[in-house]
Design a binder for this molecule. Sequence first.
Ligand SMILES: Nc1ncnc2c1ncn2[C@@H]1O[C@H](COP(=O)(O)OP(=O)(O)OP(=O)(O)O)[C@@H](O)[C@H]1O
Ligand SMILES: [Mg+2]
Length: 305
Amino acid sequence: MSKSYLSIERLTQKFPEGNGGTLTVFENASFGIEKGEFVCILGHSGCGKSTIMNILAGLAEPTSGVVKMDGYAVSGPSLDRGVVFQNYSLLPWLSTLKNVTFGVKARYPDWSKAKVEEHAREYLAMVGLEGDVVHRKPSQLSGGMRQRVSIARAFANHPKLLLLDEPFGALDALTRGTIQDELLKIWGGTEQTVFMITHDIDEAILLADRILLMTNGPFARVAESVEITIPRPRNRTEIIEHANYYPIRNHLVQFLGHRSKELAGQQSDAADLTPDTVRIDLTAPAPEDPKANDEDEPVLRAVNE
Ligand SMILES: Nc1ncnc2c1ncn2[C@@H]1O[C@H](COP(=O)(O)OP(=O)(O)OP(=O)(O)O)[C@@H](O)[C@H]1O
Ligand SMILES: [Mg+2]
């Protein structure tokens, strides 16, 4: 497990509660993410997704446990990890453009001012922000525009690890689709690793190699890792035709609707809680039946099509 590019080992987060008690958000959570993987995490509100992301970003210390990236323990923020926060977190005193150039300058200190600005404008244009709007302050933008600045800022820095906390939540369906496509293009052309929180099951199936499913808190855990057995490139209109689409979708809906609650609040003695791997593939050939060549005993074989 510790061999993964990003390795989350026995992570526990407790917070003091107002009544003097302690809230255990999650305990001994362990999972790994491979280099270049696109992983989404699904779970109900309050189960601890943003808390995990803040720890991965190096912005919060867990109560115990460790996160390793490329073999080194994560401590403090780094330009190698780009974050799109749930609440956008733009610098309010800087213009839209400067919110993006700020990080690009730090990432590429050798670049000229003109090159930094051109690069930032390119990424802002990619999320549909062009012209005078780039000189507006965050307070003068709509919620969806702020979210897009936040996306452009993270993408423009080419981080090795992109951490996205519901990055498309404030966007209308059309803009959302366009930016999802841009994200896939950027990710496809690099070795970037993506960890993304979303509440949208269809978005997760479209984008992810793997979906992690979290149970409800307290004592939430990453219970399952569901492989998305649908080949790329994927297209939002064609993906629903794939034989695995609805079986995978139904599994996710069933987990979020029922099992996330049934498994909730259970304290475990296990030192290391790793998710179960779930692989649903109706296109895989049926396993060899040892009796298939036995002429005396004809057998019926299931055809998974
Ligand atoms: N700094 C903090 N102090 C105390 N409790 C906290 C703190 N941060 C988070 N929590 C609690 O930890 C739990 C998990 O919060 P978190 O923000 O990680 O949830 P989430 O899964 O991201 O939810 P959502 O889907 O609504 O964004 C919640 O019960 C929250 O109240
Ligand atoms: Mg959250």
